[in-house]
Ligand binder design. Structure first.
Ligand code: T1G
Length: 693
C-alpha cells in the first residue's frame, strides 16, 4: 500500500483567517518541498478574496529551525528561500508569525518578513548562520537592523546567539508573548486588524555612531578572524547606507560564496556529526533506565565540575567526600565555580543559588541509597577505585548505573569488583567538566545495553557530546593524541625545533601546538604513561629519550616554571638549557637534522593523526570517523573550521595521506605503519566521513 507522505505545509481556515502550518518533523526545516509548497500556497492566499489575513506557524513544537542543513551540501534547489520571503513581502494582506519553539536562521527570516511576530516562553530566536560558516541568506542581514538597529543586529548575527522569547520581546524582535496553549487562537483573533508593517519599507533606526562602532569592535574581537563573521559585519553595516534591494544583493552574493567554502563545509559536517554521537546500531539499542538523582564520589576539581554540570541540567546531585573537612572544601570549590559563572554573566545570582541547592555534599555513604546513577570521580588509582566499587556494592540499588571517571585505567578490572558488572561503565570527562562538552562513554565487556543507553541519555541531558568507546589504552582521544605527540617528538629529535612544530600547528588552527600542550598538562603525565607501558612496548618502536631527559632535569612544564619552554620571561621561550638537552638527545640518537616547512609539518602530523584514527576505527574502539572528529574538536583543540582529523584527511586526499604515513612509518618504526583501513579506502576511492556530509 502506498504510504501517504506527511503534508509539509497545511492551510486551515478560521473564518477569514488562513493559518499556514509548516509540518516537517523534527524541526520544520525549510527543505525544498517545504519551500515549493510555500511559494505555491502564499500567492494563492494573497489572491483569495475570502482571506482577510494569514498566520504562519509551525507544528512539532517548533516554528522553523532554518534552512535544511543537510541540503546545504548539495547545489541549491529552487525555489530558493529568498523567493519564499519575497512572496510574504509581496502579500497585500496582513501576515503574522505565531512562534512557539525555535525560529532560527531562515525560520526567523520568514518571520521578519511578516507584519507581526508573536511568541511564547518557549520561543528560541536567532540568526546562528555564522556558526555554520555562512551568513543569513534570506534577508536577515537587512531586516533585523531595520527592526533592532545595526548595533544589536551586529551582536546577534556575529555571535550566532540564540535568545529566549523574553529577550526577543525586549529587543522588539517579538511583538508579544502569549501562553502556548492560547497563542494561535489569540493571533488568529488579532490578525485581521493588524496593520501592514514590512521591514523592507523601513529605514534603519538612527543609532549613535559609538554604539555601532562598539558593537562592531566586540563582534570582530570575538570572531577571531572567522570569515563568516567578517562578512556578516560588512553586509549588516551596508543596511545603513544601501537601499534594501542592494543590501539583499550583497547578502545573497556573500551567502552563496560562503556556502561553498571549506569552513562552511566543515562546520555543517560537525553540526550533523555532533548529533550522530551516542547513536547505537539498531541491534544494540535499548531503553535508558530512569534517572533523576545522581551520586558523585569525590568532590575534587573533576567531581565538582561534574556536579555543577549535572545540577545545571536540573538533576539532583549528592557528592560523597571522605570527611567533614573534605565536604567543606568541596562546598567552597562549587561556590567558586558558581561565583565565576555569575561574574561572567553566564547565570544570575538567583539562578546560581537555585542550582546550588540541588547539590548535597556529605560524607555519609548511605545517602547513595536512592540514587539512580553514580559517577566515581576519585583519584586515578586502581586501588582507590576498586575499594570504592566494593563499598558501593553495599549501598546502591539493583538498577543503579555506576560509572568510573577514568582516562586510562582498565574498566573491566574495576567492574570485576562490582556485584553487578553489567551496571558498570566508564565516563571519561574532560576538565573543566562543567565547560567541556565532550564525554567518552566507555562500554565494558559486561556493560548491559540499557546501562549504556542510560549513560548516553545522561550525557545528552547534561548537554554533553556522549561518544561511545570500547575499552582500549587511551580509549579514543588520548590514544590518538599520544601518537600525534610521538610523531611531533620524532620530528623534534630529527632536527625540527619544538617552536617550529608548535607554530605550524597553531597556524593550522590549533589553539596550542603539541609541546605547549605538554607544558600545560605536565610532561610527567606522558612520562608516567611511558613508564607504565615500558614492559609491553614494542622494541621496534622508535623511542625518543629527550622528553625523559627534560623530566629528569625537573622540567615538567608550566607547573615547574620550565618544560619544553621556560615561562620565566614575558613570553614562553626555548631557553639554553632546553636547547642543550635537545642537542644532547639528538647527538645520542644520531639525529639527521631535518628541516621542514610549516606545511610539511602539518601534513605529517595530520596524516599520522588520521592514520591512528583509522586504527581506532579498525579495532572497534570507536564506531565512526565522525565520532573521532567530535572527540578531537571538542577535547583536543582541533580547529572546528577544519572539521576534525578524519574530515581533514578526506580533504587532504587519502592517497596523499597514505604517502605521508608511509614516510612517517620509516621514521617511527613499529606502531606507525599505515592502517589497513586507510589502504583499503585508498584502493576503493572511499573516504572516512562519507556517511555524514
Ligand atoms: N536542518 C536540518 N536538520 C536539522 C536542523 C536544520 N536546520 N536543525 C535541527 N535539525 C535536526 C538535527 O540534525 C536532529 O536530527 C534533529 O533535528 C533534532 O535536532 C538561509 C541558510 C532547532 C535548537 O542553525 O540549533 O537557515 O539527529 O538534536 O537539541 O539564512 O537543532 O534527530 O536526525 O539539535 O532540540 C540555521 C540548527 C540554518 C539551527 C533544536 N539554523 N538547529 O535543538 O534538537 S542555516 C540553525 C538547532 C539557515 C538561512 C540559512 C537545533 C534546535 P536527528 P537537535 P534540539
Amino acid at each position: 500500500m502506498q504510504t501517504i507522505s506527511q503534508p509539509v505545509v497545511r492551510v486551515s481556515r478560521h473564518g477569514k483567517i488562513a493559518v499556514v502550518t509548516i509540518d516537517n518533523p523534527p524541526v520544520n526545516a525549510l527543505s525544498d518541498t517545504v519551500r515549493a509548497s510555500l511559494v505555491q500556497v502564499l500567492p494563492e492566499l494573497a489572491e483569495d478574496p475570502t482571506v482577510a489575513a494569514v498566520v504562519l506557524t509551525g507544528q512539532n513544537g517548533q516554528f522553523v529551525a532554518g534552512a535544511d542543513i543537510r541540503e546545504m551540501s548539495r547545489p541549491p534547489a529552487q525555489p530558493f528561500l529568498p523567493e519564499v520571503v519575497a512572496a510574504i513581502d509581496a502579500m497585500k494582506k496582513p501576515i503574522l508569525a505565531a512562534i512557539d519553539g525555535a525560529a532560527l536562521g531562515g525560520g526567523l527570516e520568514l518571520a521578519l518578513a511578516c507584519d507581526l511576530r508573536v511568541g511564547t516562553e518557549r520561543s528560541r530566536v536567532g540568526l546562528p548562520e555564522t556558526k555554520l560558516g555562512v551568513i543569513p541568506g534570506a534577508g536577515g542581514t537587512q531586516r533585523l537592523p531595520r527592526l533592532t538597529g545595526v548595533a544589536t543586529a551586529l551582536e546577534l548575527i556575529g555571535s550566532a546567539k540564540i535568545i529566549s522569547g523574553k529577550e526577543a520581546l525586549h529587543l522588539g524582535i517579538l511583538d508579544a508573548l502569549m501562553p502556548e496553549d492560547r497563542m494561535l487562537t489569540d493571533v488568529i483573533a488579532l490578525a485581521e486588524n493588524t496593520s501592514k508593517r514590512r521591514l523592507s519599507e523601513h529605514d534603519v533606526p538612527c543609532a549613535s555612531k559609538t554604539d555601532v562602532q562598539d558593537a562592531e569592535k566586540s563582534t570582530l574581537k570575538r570572531a577571531k578572524g572567522a570569515t563568516a563573521v567578517l562578512e556578516a559585519v560588512r553586509v549588516v553595516k551596508a543596511a545603513e547606507t544601501e537601499p534594501f534591494a542592494q543590501g539583499l544583493f550583497l547578502e545573497r552574493e556573500a551567502f552563496l560564496r560562503l556556502r561553498e567554502s571549506d569552513e562552511a563545509k566543515a562546520l555543517r559536517y560537525l553540526f550533523l556529526a555532533e548529533r550522530a554521537t551516542g547513536r547505537l546500531p539498531a541491534s544494540e539499542k535499548a531503553q535508558p533506565r530512569h534517572f533523576s538523582r545522581i551520586g558523585i564520589i569525590g568532590g575534587g576539581t573533576m567531581g565538582a565540575g561534574i556536579a555543577v554540570t549535572t545540577a545545571d541540567a536540573a538533576l539532583n546531585v549528592v557528592i560523597i567526600e571522605r570527611d567533614a573537612a573534605a565536604v567543606a572544601a568541596c562546598q567552597k570549590r562549587i561556590a567558586s565555580l558558581y561565583a565565576k559563572q555569575i561574574e561572567t554573566k553566564r547565570i544570575t545570582e538567583e539562578e546560581a543559588e537555585r542550582r546550588f541547592k540541588k547539590i548535597q555534599i556529605s560524607h555519609e555513604w548511605d545517602v547513595l541509597k536512592n540514587v539512580d546513577f553514580v559517577i566515581e570521580a576519585a583519584f586515578e588509582s586502581m586501588e582507590v577505585k576498586e575499594d570504592i566499587f566494593r563499598s558501593l556494592n553495599k549501598v546502591v540499588q539493583a538498577h543503579t548505573v555506576v560509572a568510573t571517571n577514568t582516562s586510562y585505567l582498565d574498566l573491566d578490572a574495576i567492574a570485576g569488583c562490582a556485584e553487578r558488572p553489567e551496571n558498570v561503565l566508564g565516563l571519561h570527562f574532560f576538565s573543566p567538566a562543567h565547560i567541556m562538552r565532550l564525554v567518552e562513554v566507555i562500554r565494558g565487556a559486561k556493560t548491559a545495553p540499557d546501562a549504556l543507553a542510560t549513560a548516553i541519555a545522561l550525557g545528552r541531558k547534561i548537554q554533553k557530546l556522549p561518544v561511545v568507546a570500547a575499552v582500549g589504552e587511551g580509549f579514543i582521544g588520548n590514544r590518538i593524541f599520544s601518537h600525534y605527540r610521538k610523531h611531533a617528538e620524532y620530528l623534534m629529535e630529527d632536527g625540527v625545533s619544538p617552536q617550529d612544530i608548535d607554530q605550524a600547528m597553531q597556524s593550522y588552527g590549533f589553539a596550542m601546538g603539541p609541546f605547549a600542550v605538554a607544558d600545560l598538562s605536565g610532561l610527567d603525565i606522558a612520562w608516567a604513561m611511558r613508564k607504565r607501558q615500558s614492559a609491553t612496548r614494542n622494541p621496534n618502536e622508535r623511542y625518543v629519550k629527550i622528553p625523559d631527559m627534560f623530566c629528569e632535569a625537573g622540567r615538567l612544564g608550566r607547573k615547574t616554571g620550565k618544560g619544553w619552554y621556560s615561562y620565566v620571561a614575558a613570553s614562553p621561550e626555548l631557553d639554553d638549557e632546553a636547547c642543550a638537552l635537545i642537542e644532547a638527545g639528538r647527538k645520542q640518537a644520531g639525529s639527521r637534522h631535518v628541516k621542514l616547512s610549516a606545511e610539511a609539518i602539518q601534513r605529517r602530523l595530520l596524516a599520522v593523526l588520521a592514520n591512528e584514527g583509522a586504527k581506532v576505527l579498525e579495532s572497534g574502539v570507536a564506531s565512526s570517523a565522525s565520532d573521532i572528529d567530535i572527540v578531537f574538536v571538542n577535547g583536543y583543540g582541533f580547529p572546528r573550521i577544519q572539521g576534525g582529523p578524519m574530515f581533514a584527511a578526506d580533504k587532504m586526499g587519502l592517497p596523499n595521506v597514505l604517502r605521508e604515513v608511509e614516510a612517517a612509518a620509516t621514521v617511527g618504526g613499529a606502531g606507525s605503519e599505515p592502517s589497513a583501513l586507510l589502504i583499503q579506502l585508498v584502493q576503493s576511492g572511499g573516504s572516512f566521513t562519507a556517511g555524514i556530509t
